[in-house]
Write a protein that binds this ligand. Structure first.
Ligand code: MSP
Length: 658
């Protein structure tokens, strides 16, 4: 079995976990699960980073006498998060554990023995929120350039690490390992930073005590990043002195994948390899830096106060829906907006509609037309449509595996959903409900049932790393065991398999976001403006009867108009028309053509990629011979040029506008 070691950052315990921490942990979990499905020997590590001034102060603020008591309490909430999110970690490390103290001191000693640590005086600026030293030239308005917090002036005796010595070795290492940092553009940032020259790094503090004592000089505690980064080795037995425990280093190091948020890339791609080189150890194989979840335009973080609790979303949408949303919505490396609307839209469109429909159609048909048993479909009976479906399955399997191997989970999910939609179309084209009425069509009906069930089996396997619960529930409905990705292929479902009971997988949520916002939140989460008045504020039954001359409409009338967010994919002028443009738009559910009277105000190329609002349920109409399926919303001052309706934040196509 191939060893595969994956880590998350270890989280600071000055605050309880939120969606940001949950995200990294869930992505690492999906990667770990995918590697297990591929047959690897996986070691998956997460944990908590418990030292430093920030934690000491948070404990004092929380009224705790002993920082350790506070640490135990908050660390437990991260352990609880792993349980709540069904994280399959093999170990959970806390930097306050004795095994970690030993490891960090061992690393320090090795670096010191090789002459790369010296004593000096530090005078400069320090950001306690990020636990980093900030060179004077990088201060932004006297504040930390990373998080915008106030920095503190420090003047104390300090041990230094000879980081400057590692400029060239780091650049050589980067050159020899072109996939060390992913995505690529982040690697360029690191390279540019190193090329500009490196200064030695202060790696000890004397002004507080909550840390790991420096070997031989306990007046100093280690700089929290020197301590924290070592956790990745601690969990492999480093510094334990036990040969059996340490044998894991040989197995899993340096072939490690560090999954992190982009704000801690420098520490992982620069400090960490340099510390390791200085200790005579190999740098890690790979650092993957993902983007940030934003809320209200800013990074979701405790210090900003705009955090969303993962528990609220698990309660309302279910764990797998949350896991699906975050992994579908944020492509590797990019930032993404976290919004209730986004979660609800994806839930109804992708999970209830696409996947939920496939599951219920397939299992119901087999119960209804085949006594709950997967029928046989002899190879000879297969028609072009069946063979095409098999090819699509093969394409999806290859695509998903390839994309998981390169950590492109979003793309893997897109591949899976292309498949799910194709299978739904396959069923619609075959019309099994009509075939069932024709005794002469039995072979075709059986083929349809067989291939749909077989495709559902493959779908369950492909979503398994991201949605383990849903995958297990589908398998239970199909009556099949979990399948590995090794040798996963179309056509292997055994005829005669007896289905289990059918249950709705993701029942559609008919409530509005505002109604769902009853989702209790005990921490202040982002105050999200309700988009419009809704049933929750104006229940239809309680509305006073309108006078007959009143032209106002009821909320029900309004809700008949399906306003949706769409994205312009293509735009071109309509020949011989001054006013019309022909747009191809992505509605989140389909791609369609809309003819819009906005040519006097917009050039076609200005519109591509733009987010607009459309009336999605308008009957088609022909304009200048082109069928238009919907209408674009724009405002205009009497007789003036139209101005497209837009949003002040990113919002995905398909989101309902109310
Ligand atoms: N303790 C350090 C890491 C030490 S690793 C040796 C630390 N801790 S942290 O609690 O601040 O967690 C940071 C990590 O949490 C990010 O790198 C990211 O993985 C995750 N996230 C926290 N907020 C996030 C968002 N708003 N969006 C996405 N991920 C976020 O830094």
């Amino acid at each position: 079995m191939k060893p595969f070691y994956i880590t998350t950052p270890i989280y600071y315990i000055n605050a309880r976990p939120h969606i940001g921490h949950a995200y990294t942990t869930m992505v690492a979990d999906a990667i770990a699960r995918s590697r297990r499905l591929l047959g690897d020997d996986v070691f998956f590590l997460t944990g908590t980073d418990e030292h430093g001034q920030k934690v000491e102060r948070a404990a004092q603020k929380a009224g705790h006498q002993a920082t350790k008591v506070f640490a135990d309490e908050v660390a437990a909430s991260f352990q609880q998060m792993c349980g709540d999110l069904q994280i399959s970690n093999n170990d959970f490390i806390r930097t306050t554990e004795p095994r970690h103290h030993r490891a960090a001191q061992e690393l320090w000693k090795r670096v010191a023995d090789r002459g790369d640590i010296y004593k000096g005086d530090y005078e400069g600026w320090y950001c306690t929120v990020d636990e980093i030293f900030v060179p004077e030239t990088q201060l932004a308005d006297g504040k930390c350039p990373t998080c915008g917090s106030k920095v503190e002036r420090l003047k104390e005796e300090s041990y230094y690490f000879r980081l400057s010595k590692y400029q060239q070795p780091l650049l050589d290492f980067y050159a020899a390992n072109p996939t060390f940092v992913q995505p690529d553009f982040r690697f360029n940032e690191v390279r540019t930073f190193v090329e500009a020259g490196l200064q030695d790094l202060s790696i000890s503090r004397t002004s507080f005590q909550w840390g790991i004592p420096v070997p031989g000089d306990p007046k100093h505690v280690m700089y929290v990043w020197f301590d924290a980064l070592t956790n990745y080795l601690t969990a492999l037995g480093f510094g334990s002195g036990d040969p059996h425990a340490e044998s894991r280093i040989g197995r899993f190091w340096p072939g490690v994948t560090h999954l992190i948020g982009k704000e801690i890339l420098r520490q992982h791609a620069l400090y960490w390899p340099a510390f390791l080189m200085a200790a005579g150890l190999k740098p890690p194989q790979r650092v993957i830096a993902h983007g940030w979840w934003l809320m209200g335009g800013a990074k979701m973080s405790k210090s900003v106060g705009n955090v969303a609790r993962y528990q609220d979303y698990v309660d309302v949408f279910g764990l797998d829906a949350l896991r699906y949303f975050v992994m579908r919505e944020m492509p590797l490396g990019a930032d993404a907006n976290f919004s209730d609307d986004g979660v609800l839209t994806r839930f109804n469109a992708d999970l209830a509609n696409d996947l939920g429909n496939l599951v219920s159609r397939t299992t119901t048909m087999i119960h209804r037309y085949s006594g709950g048993m997967v029928p046989d479909s002899p190879v000879a009976a297969r028609e072009p449509l069946d063979l095409e479906l098999e090819r699509q399955l093969a394409r999806a399997i290859a695509g998903v595996i390839r994309n998981f191997e390169t950590f492109q989970i979003t793309v893997a999910l897109q591949d899976t959903w292309v498949l799910i939609r194709s299978v739904n179309q396959y069923i619609v084209k075959r019309e099994p409900w009509s075939l069932a009425k024709r005794p002469d069509a039995k072979a075709l009906l059986d083929a349809t049932l067989y291939h749909s069930a077989d495709a559902l089996r493959v779908t369950a396997a492909l979503i398994d790393p991201v949605m383990p619960q849903a995958a297990a529930r589908i398998r239970a409905m199909l009556g099949i065991p979990q399948e590995s990705w090794q040798g996963l292929k179309a056509g292997t479902l055994a005829a005669g398999t007896r289905l289990g009971p059918t249950e709705p997988l993701f029942p559609r949520i008919e409530k509005t976001v505002e109604e769902l916002r009853g989702m209790s939140s005990t921490e202040p989460s982002e105050p999200v403006e309700p988009a419009t008045p809704t049933q929750s504020t104006a229940p239809v039954s309680a509305a006073p009867p309108a006078p007959t001359t009143d032209s106002r409409i009821t909320i029900d009338d309004f809700m008949k108009v399906e306003l949706r967010v769409a994205k312009v994919l293509e735009a071109e002028a309509v020949p011989k028309s001054k006013k019309l443009l022909k747009l191809k738009v992505d509605t989140g559910q389909d791609q369609r053509t809309i003819v819009a009277g906005i040519a006097e105000a917009y050039q076609p190329e200005q519109l591509i990629g733009r987010t607009i609002v459309i009336v999605a349920n308008l009957q088609p109409a022909k304009l200048m011979g082109i069928e238009s399926n919907g209408m674009v919303l724009a405002g205009s001052i009497d007789g003036g040029k139209p101005m497209l309706v837009g949003f002040d934040q990113d919002i995905p196509p398909g989101a309902r506008v109310r």
